[in-house]
Design a binder for this molecule. Structure first.
Ligand SMILES: [Zn+2]
Ligand SMILES: [Zn+2]
Ligand SMILES: [Zn+2]
Ligand SMILES: [Zn+2]
Ligand SMILES: [Zn+2]
Length: 252
């Protein structure tokens, strides 16, 4: 579907009109016969036909191409009124920048819930320029409890809100949390105590092993010393004997 010719300011070349809807081309495509159409118009035409709607020449969707560049330039320079001109927007812009304007146009209707400032259930559709004043009274806008309990409330729920009841529920939940955390801690502690006594007995066992090894090493050393000393005592005796023998020799 093209842009309504009525919205354009100034002369529009006939070559820029769609051969199907007769409005100004929107997302244009061109056939080998040079006729041009809106993408949506020719796509739905070709579901039931296999020819150009203008001259009936055979036409297949695969042969459609983008519009000639000079025509594209002419098209994008056309001056068009904002789609919200009926609501009071007097903006006129070139076709190329139309979407940029319409995305921000203060007269465009938007849904309150799509703005992200309220809960997703607000059904109100409001002009963008009126959003701020709507939000002041929007029933789905959330705000902090005026009594200061720290809860966030939707305006719509405010009358049923009871700070004491809310806080009591919260306290119950916290209490439950504390109980489960302490049970968990207790379990962990029991585990640690078991582990500790296991480690202690392992240490005792190792100590026993170490002292046995030390004892063996001591005995071994003692044994070696005795043997070494034994051989040292034996040597001086033979030396004395030798000495006596040699003296005897000299006396003779
Ligand atoms: Zn069209
Ligand atoms: Zn044609
Ligand atoms: Zn506008
Ligand atoms: Zn709202
Ligand atoms: Zn409250």
């Amino acid at each position: 579907m093209g842009y309504d010719l009525e919205r354009f300011v100034g002369y529009v070349n006939e070559g820029l009109l769609c051969c199907v809807c007769r409005d100004v081309l929107e997302r244009p495509l061109q056939a080998p016969c040079e006729h041009a159409y809106c993408d949506a118009c020719i796509s739905s035409w070709l579901i039931h036909h296999h020819s150009c709607p203008e001259d009936r020449l055979p036409l297949d969707i695969s042969t459609l191409r983008p519009l000639h560049r000079y025509m594209r330039n002419d098209l994008s320079r056309l001056q068009i009124r904002c789609v919200n001109s009926g609501q009071g927007c007097d903006a006129v812009c070139c076709l190329e920048t139309l979407h940029t304007h319409e995305d921000e146009c203060p007269f465009t209707f938007i849904s309150c819930s799509s703005t992200g400032t309220t809960a997703l259930c607000c059904p109100v559709q409001v002009e963008r320029r009126g959003l701020e004043s709507h939000l002041l009274e929007c029933e789905f806008r959330s705000r902090a409890c005026p009594s200061g309990c720290g809860h966030t409330l939707l305006s719509v729920d405010q009358s049923q809100h009871n700070c004491v009841a809310e806080l009591r529920t919260e306290l119950e939940l916290l209490r439950f949390d504390v109980i489960s955390v302490s049970a968990e801690m207790l379990g962990k502690r029991r585990h640690m105590v078991q582990k500790e006594s296991m480690l202690k007995s392992e240490v005792e066992d190792l100590k026993g092993q170490v002292s046995r090894v030390m004892c063996d090493v001591g005995l071994h050393q003692e044994d070696r010393t005795i043997r070494r000393e034994g051989s040292r005592k034996a040597r001086p005796r033979s030396l004395t004997l030798d000495c006596i023998k040699s003296r005897e020799v000299t006396v003779i």
